[in-house]
Design a protein around this ligand. Sequence first.
Ligand SMILES: *[C@@H]1O[C@H](CO)[C@@H](O)[C@H](O)[C@H]1NC(C)=O
Ligand SMILES: *[C@@H]1O[C@H](CO)[C@@H](O)[C@H](O)[C@H]1NC(C)=O
Length: 303
Amino acid sequence: MRGAVALLVLLLCPSGTWTQGESGGDRESLVESHGTEDTETTSKQTTGQTITTPDIWGEVEELRDMVDNLGTVVLEQRQKLRNMEKQVERRWREKRSRGAEARLESENAAMGARLSASEREVEELQRMNAALEARVTDSENGNTALEARLNASEGMVEKLRRENADRPKVAFSAGLTNDGHVGPFNSITTLVYRRVITNIGKAYNPNTGVFTAPVRGLYYIRFTAMGLKGPQSIGAYIYHNDKSVMFNHQNNDNGRNRFLSNALTLELEAGDVVYMRLPVNQELYDEKSSNYSTFSGFLLFPM
Ligand SMILES: *[C@@H]1O[C@H](CO)[C@@H](O)[C@H](O)[C@H]1NC(C)=O
Ligand SMILES: *[C@@H]1O[C@H](CO)[C@@H](O)[C@H](O)[C@H]1NC(C)=O
């Protein structure tokens, strides 16, 4: 404040000097120029003093006013300064926030880029997932198809297994005798093959020599006949029920081992019979140790 007053004084001085110079140092003119009221009051108070006194008070008064004004100005300036400071601070804040904004923007941009990359990755993963799902689905469908085929195959296997289990098993083989010569006889004679080698299904009767078909089907029937004595013909019939279906014979002039052998397949109804017969005046030979003369048959398949 004191500085301000000094400044004011300095500012005022040239004016005072100028006034003084103008009036040639005449104080009256100075007083007049400042109004009469103040001058009268001052002159009353300072009766007997020099004429310069009221002027000083006036100046002081004026100075006070000016100081007051200046104080106001200072306050205003201070206010302005404060405002400016605030403004500067605001601007600084704004600038800083703009910096922060820029930083945030660049961070945002970076994050945006990362997000985009992540999204692309997610999309790629989703695509891969979808592809995998499709493959899994294909696989599952394939599995289902395979399972269906497997089921069908298993069903078929089971069916075949049952059919096989249920299929009649029929097979027999028998040697004619343990006792050597059979025949000759005066009439056709049914041959009874007494030495059973195989008789699955017990369809062959070793007491009668007759095979009875247990089911309708195709049967394979065969025989081997041997003659040892000579001169003597050997021969054999195969009978299906009451009819001969095969007759084979051979002359044995020198009495060496002679063999006849043949086979056929027969369609038999269930209950049909098949057996061998020895022609009139012919002879066969067999012994346990050799199985020279045999009668065999088996079911090929039911029909
Ligand atoms: C296969 O058989 C199993 C057992 O019977 C059954 O559960 C399944 O559904 C079948 N699958 C198909 C594809 O038919
Ligand atoms: C003839 O068949 C019987 C009964 O199967 C058997 O014991 C025997 O060894 C057979 N004979 C020969 C020479 O194979």
